[in-house]
Design a protein. Structure first.
Length: 503
């Protein structure tokens, strides 16, 4: 008499609903199938709350337990094959793993027994239809979501910080609106970021004022503001009244983002300039590494021999330095870090402490900034066309619409230019305002004044600090720029000398 087959039961469910077949019902059906065939159930494994479209079988805890089963295994019983996989390739990989163990898949509701050749062929055919069904459902859900968003309604999910979901006064569903308790905080955060304040200084301001961050689902330390949480608020398209959708924005027929003026607290152009300021602080050498002790002169100190950036180092396990780490450098420089970090700010304050800060900002000829928004959208579209999964047909249509819109908006004199804005504060005032605690903000201020601090060879010996080795290379403005000259003359009644930051 042949031994009974040894089988495992497997069940999976994405989200529990009234229409779904519960985990327990799936297992109970599998148990009855095993009992009817005289098979021995040697284990049961489940993946609850796991999407078959998003998570491959081999990446699921329950299915990995099936494959890790020790001892003889003849079959795995599932309720339907879509409980195992919704993509043909995923299904075939799962089947291949079982074949290597001499086992096959048996489905309760589908007429499938992959322990036989006929059953294997039929199972592959059904898996093709399962994948098609999943793709159809996904496309239908995506289209419905886009239609809701284009109608100006919310499609679920938490609103961005500073906003709230409210009943749609013009029809069904929910719409986005300002949270009266938080929107002014978001305005101030955006204003500070646009002015060049660091993420750290903004988070410290929020902490000092006792502003509670919104709890982050599944995250720790949700009771404190961090650089990442501040940046997440500032990068939300909702600040400019725009809506994110599938890695892009909801756009109109002209290819430009749709803007809800009732929600926006800044224009798209202002948002882009603010984000450019944030991005500039992330370029190599422009921002210190957040998970290390901040270095005031990171990105500024350079080796006088090879001109490479110098980095933090410790000599003899005790002495803190900035040191050249280029192996090809013929004379790698090193200098006492603490002494240099005292010397450089003192020198900058002596030279430029009483001079006004001036920023250059891009503007366009048209008053409402339409042309620059169109140019930006054209760049975004052409960049999107280079991606492997790009929908070229849709992107070409958008590009053509944008070019038509540009032709309508452009005049002979509308060209990008630079405008200089006098901050009204001196370098010394800003240096004291940010304080000793915000090293990153002070480092950004120094980077606005210095091209570099080059460390030259020293004539003496020992570790005594020699200030003459530190050569400060100053930043300056072009005297030929008439717009800068006009900005400086306009502010001459305040302070007699000026400098340019970010020029």
């Amino acid at each position: 008499m042949p031994l009974p087959k040894k089988v495992l039961l497997y069940a999976r469910l994405s989200v529990t609903t009234e229409e779904s077949v519960s985990i327990e019902r799936q297992l109970e059906s599998a148990r009855k199938t095993a009992e009817a065939r005289g098979w021995e159930v040697v284990g049961e494994h489940v993946d609850d709350g796991v999407s078959a479209s998003r998570v491959k079988p081999e990446d699921r805890v329950g299915w990995r337990a099936v494959l890790a089963h020790e001892g003889r295994l003849d079959a795995v019983i599932v309720w339907k094959i879509d409980r195992l996989a919704r993509r043909v390739l995923d299904f075939l990989h799962a089947d291949e793993a079982l074949q290597a163990r001499g086992a096959g898949i048996v489905a309760v509701e589908d007429p499938i027994d992959m322990t036989t050749p006929q059953g294997r062929a039929f199972a592959v055919m059904l898996s093709v239809f399962a994948e098609l069904e999943a793709a159809t459902i996904s496309a239908r859900v995506t289209a419905a979501r886009e239609a809701i968003l284009r109608a100006g309604r919310r499609a679920g999910g938490r609103p961005p910080f500073g906003f709230m979901n409210v009943e749609n006064p013009a029809g069904p569903g929910m719409v986005l609106a300002h949270d009266p308790e938080r929107i002014d905080l978001v305005r101030e955060m955006a204003a500070r970021a646009a002015a060049g304040d660091s993420l750290y200084s903004i988070s410290r301001w929020l902490e000092t004022d006792g502003v509670a961050p919104r709890a982050r689902v599944g995250k720790v330390d949700a009771d404190h503001w961090h650089d990442a949480s501040v940046e997440a608020v500032l990068r939300s398209p909702a600040l400019a009244g725009m809506t994110a959708f599938r890695g892009d924005l909801i756009r109109g027929g002209d290819g430009l983002p749709v803007v809800d003026e009732s929600v926006a607290i800044m224009s798209p152009s202002e948002r882009r300039q603010m984000l450019a300021t944030l991005d500039a602080a992330k370029r190599p050498g422009s921002r210190s590494t957040s998970n290390k002790e901040p270095a005031l002169l990171y990105g500024i100190v350079r080796c006088g021999s090879c001109d490479s950036l110098m980095y933090r180092a410790t000599a003899a396990g005790k002495y803190r330095q900035y040191r050249c780490q280029q192996k090809a450098c013929t004379q790698r420089m090193g200098i006492a870090r603490d002494a240099l970090e005292r010397h450089v700010p003192e020198a900058v304050l002596r030279e430029r402490g009483d001079k006004l800060l001036v920023k250059s900002v891009p503007i366009v000829g048209d008053d409402d900034g339409t042309l620059v928004e169109i140019e930006h959208a054209i760049r975004e579209t052409t960049e999107a066309m280079t991606k492997e999964d790009a929908d070229l047909v849709a992107l070409v249509e958008r590009l053509q619409a944008l070019k038509r819109r540009r032709s309508e908006a452009r005049t002979g004199e509308d060209r990008p230019q630079a405008q200089y804005r006098v901050s009204g504060q001196t370098f010394g005032h800003e240096w004291m305002r940010v304080g000793d605690e915000d090293i990153e903000a002070r480092r950004q201020l120094l980077m606005g004044q210095l091209e570099a601090v080059r460390i030259m060879p020293g004539g003496g010996r020992g570790r005594a600090f020699d200030a003459s080795r530190a050569v400060l290379v100053w930043k300056g403005a072009s005297a030929s720029d008439e717009r800068l000259t006009h900005a400086l003359q306009s502010a001459a009644s305040k302070v007699p000398e000026f400098i340019v930051v970010g020029h």
